[in-house]
Design a protein around this ligand. Structure first.
Ligand SMILES: *[C@@H]1O[C@H](CO)[C@@H](O)[C@H](O)[C@H]1NC(C)=O
Ligand SMILES: *[C@@H]1O[C@H](CO)[C@@H](O)[C@H](O)[C@H]1NC(C)=O
Length: 258
């Protein structure tokens, strides 16, 4: 009887304290996952690491964590430790992304997870700034899986394709908004929903170039600024009073399990 009290206290405090995120690399090649904290406390984990194929890493975050997780490809930190040390997804800081400036260089598929809500967790797989790896966000709470689980790079529309590896194979697919931004046209863009297009009525998905390429192949991803109207872009999961819901961010997920 004596031992039941500390046990139940531990259980209760476990519910309100940390959250668990597992990052799984199911790709047949090495990737370098990274995260960036948008708001809330910092996780007890370095903000970047090397992930061999078929390995995973679990870390805890404060229960108000709100941030993004992405994967980096073809990295070599020996020559430089800046955003260009990876072919895509690189960040300020090198292997470990800078906690204040290490947001990652697009195009990169972003898994965003927000634990800060009062009653629900909110998560997306975003290709708003482009794509670099297949990603899914799974959970053990019985809620839907956000995903962009297929390869969008090899069949990417030509004007969006890249960067390319040393064999000339694309390892990313930019969004039309990112192409506008790189050309210095992000301030007034129907692809970015900015300037004269900064409201939902003035920025329909039909005005976003190649929207259907992304949304048809990745229907459960967040494709452009006002994609919430598709009803499959932003996912949520009601918080449970019994146990915290755990999340897994899987790179190159097995599509048949989604
Ligand atoms: C992160 O970037 C800021 C701003 O450039 C810099 O002041 C800081 O030293 C960097 N942090 C680390 C750990 O390098
Ligand atoms: C934005 O560009 C459109 C043409 O695409 C133009 O009609 C509009 O005046 C511009 N708006 C601003 C705020 O520059």
């Amino acid at each position: 009887m004596k031992y039941l009290i500390p046990l139940s206290l531990a259980l209760v405090s476990g519910v309100v304290a940390d959250r668990f995120i597992t990052v799984l690399n199911d790709c047949p090649f090495v990737i370098w996952p990274a995260f960036f904290t948008s708001s809330g406390g910092q996780p007890e984990q370095a903000a970047g690491w090397e992930a061999q194929p078929n390995t995973d890493l679990t870390f805890t975050t404060p229960d108000n964590w709100n941030g993004r997780i992405w994967g980096r490809r073809n990295c070599d930190f020996s020559a430089s430790s800046g955003p260009n040390s990876c072919l895509d997804g690189g960040c300020n800081g090198g292997l470990v992304c800078n906690l204040t400036t290490g947001t990652g260089v697009p195009p990169a598929t972003l898994a965003t997870i927000d634990f800060s809500g009062e009653s629900q967790d909110v998560y997306t797989v975003s290709v708003v700034d482009g794509y670099n790896l297949p990603v899914a966000i799974l959970n053990n709470g019985g809620c839907g899986f956000a995903s962009c689980p297929v390869d969008l790079a090899t069949s990417c529309p030509l004007n969006l394709a890249g960067p390319f590896d040393s064999d000339g194979v694309p390892v990313g697919c930019k969004s039309a908004c990112l192409v506008d931004a790189l050309a210095g046209n992000a301030a007034n863009s129907s692809n970015c929903c900015t300037g004269s297009f900064d409201s939902e009525p003035s920025c329909p998905s039909s005005g976003v170039e190649h929207y259907s390429y992304f949304k048809t192949n990745c229907p459960k991803s967040f494709v452009y600024a006002f994609d919430e109207s598709s009803a499959t872009a932003i996912w949520d999961c009601a918080k449970s009073s019994e146990s915290n819901i755990d999340y897994t961010v899987t790179f190159c997920p097995d599509v048949s399990t989604l």
